[in-house]
Design a protein around this ligand. Structure first.
Ligand SMILES: C[S@@+](CC[C@H](N)C(=O)[O-])C[C@H]1O[C@@H](n2cnc3c(N)ncnc32)[C@H](O)[C@@H]1O
Length: 456
């Protein structure tokens, strides 16, 4: 590990020790990985189901541990995401220095110092600075598949909403922390860039942590030292958190900051010395991984078929060429809850359009050649959606199959063109290639399935 990283890790260990967390015998440590930044590695062999490390509640950064240090109206008006991001904004380390936060400084100092390879950075740079991101990848946002761009715009809106909220909150009820002096001297654009750094740290590192009485409360999240060095693997994860009482009994934790978290090796896995400790962040698509975390799962063996999906909404909307028919179809689909979220997907076992996509195409094709749609026709279509009948008609099914084939052709052609154009390959470009490759392979698999006459 580079010396700065090693020193920051050691400082965090000393800080944890000072707060009563025994770290001298910790079986894990931070090391540099070839392609995933820092990672967590085992210092010795760990038996299946053994405790790897415990993180007490008081060293986690979340709404409850930050609450005592901010005015009540600030805490009340901000979400957990916003409050933690604001705290990081205030205490962002300057240059290569350590964070001056007396509460969480040694932890904050271990966080990544920049996010130039994260796609949200490219969008914020282009909007605020009017130029591509430097010091990282000169990647044009135009290279991204359309559904990724749409999702990235949504992330950008979330980021902007949080920034507006934090900014107005800091204006209305100024926080009297020493760290505010640093912010007073910087301009607005720099401030947004600092908030971007803070927000991306929270968004890429926060985990679910029960703090509220409702399980689905969005404020049930925390930053967790040590754990947040763990990288993701979809199929080789060897660690899991153990549920605590609040999770098991489904109530807000006592005490209010929670009981902390304990992490175990999986019951069927022996972790050998020097193995990387990996978590599964969730069953996320590559679209989500790329937009939220800035990386993708590699495609390992395309020959056996891939687990993948392609959001084809933009292609479908372009297929809806007849403006009158499209308008009526959109109306019905919106009313019945079937507008958008249309994907084709594949697994090694099968490939097909999603039910929502098939449902939309059935309705569109039902209207083929008609100026208007009869309620009785809609009822037939509705009966299919409700499982009361299998199909609208044989010819409607054939037209849908043709529409799906057309969608696959469009997706394959544009993916191939993009892949031909993306020749130089940095790590970021490799991720973008993987996104296009997934589009190509999934569309090919769905096309093959349609040509074979498989049901959908
Ligand atoms: C919780 S942090 C993990 C620690 C992080 N690697 C670091 O250097 O601090 C999550 C971030 O790690 C990186 N990451 C995690 N798993 C990865 C993987 N399988 N491949 C590439 N990058 C990964 C991504 O940048 C992601 O946003």
């Amino acid at each position: 590990m580079e010396s700065a990283n090693a020193r920051r890790w050691e400082n965090m260990m000393a800080w944890l020790d000072s707060l009563g967390v025994a770290t001298s015998d910790l079986p894990v440590e931070c090391r540099r990985t070839p392609a995933s930044g820092n990672g967590l590695f085992s210092r010795r062999s760990c038996r299946p189901g053994s405790l790897l490390f415990s993180i007490p509640a008081k060293v986690m950064m979340n709404m409850m541990t930050l609450k005592p240090y901010y005015p009540p109206q600030t805490v009340k008006s901000l979400s957990a995401m916003q409050l933690i991001s604001m705290h990081l904004l205030i205490w962002r380390p300057e240059g290569d220095d350590d964070s001056k936060d007396v509460l969480f400084g040694p932890y904050i100092s271990t966080l990544p110092r920049e996010f130039s390879s994260h796609p949200l950075t490219w969008i914020v740079w282009s909007k605020y600075l009017g130029r591509p991101c430097t010091g990282g990848e000169d990647i044009s946002l135009q290279w991204l598949p359309p559904s990724i761009s749409t999702e990235l715009q949504r992330l950008y809106s979330r980021f902007l909403d949080d920034w507006c909220k934090v900014h107005s909150c800091m204006m209305q009820s100024p926080v009297s922390l020493d760290g505010m002096h640093r912010l007073a001297g910087i301009d607005q654009t720099e401030l947004v860039m600092d908030f971007l750094w803070a927000w991306l740290n929270v968004n890429t590192r926060c985990i679910f942590y029960r703090l509220k009485s409702s399980k689905s409360d969005p404020n049930n999240l925390t930053m967790c030292p040590v754990l947040d060095f763990a990288n993701h693997s979809p199929d080789k994860s060897n660690m899991h958190p153990s549920p605590n009482n609040a999770d098991i009994w489904n109530f807000a934790p006592i005490p209010s900051i929670g009981e902390g978290l304990r992490f175990f090796s999986k019951d069927d896995v022996t972790i050998e010395e020097n193995n990387e400790i990996l978590l599964k962040y969730g069953c996320h698509s590559n679209k989500t991984l790329f937009v939220e975390y800035g990386f993708v799962n590699e495609i390992h063996d395309a020959a056996v078929g891939i687990d993948g999906e392609v959001d084809v909404r933009d292609v479908v909307e372009k297929c809806f060429t007849d403006p009158h028919r499209s308008h009526v179809v959109k109306d019905v689909l919106e009313k019945e809850g079937y507008w958008g979220d249309w994907v084709i997907f594949s697994t090694p076992e099968y490939a097909r359009p999603s039910w929502r996509l098939t449902t939309a195409l059935r309705l569109y094709n039902l209207m083929s050649g008609k100026d208007d749609i009869e309620e009785s026709d809609i009822q037939i279509w509705r009966d299919v959606t409700l499982g009361k009948r299998e199909r609208v008609s044989e010819s409607n099914e054939r037209s849908c199959r043709e529409s799906i084939l057309h969608i696959c052709e469009v997706v394959m052609n544009r993916a191939q063109r993009r892949l031909d154009g993306l020749v130089t390959c940095s790590q970021v470009q490799q991720s973008i290639r993987t996104l296009w490759m997934e589009e190509l392979l999934v569309a090919q698999a769905v096309k093959d399935s349609m040509c074979r006459g498989d049901g959908f």
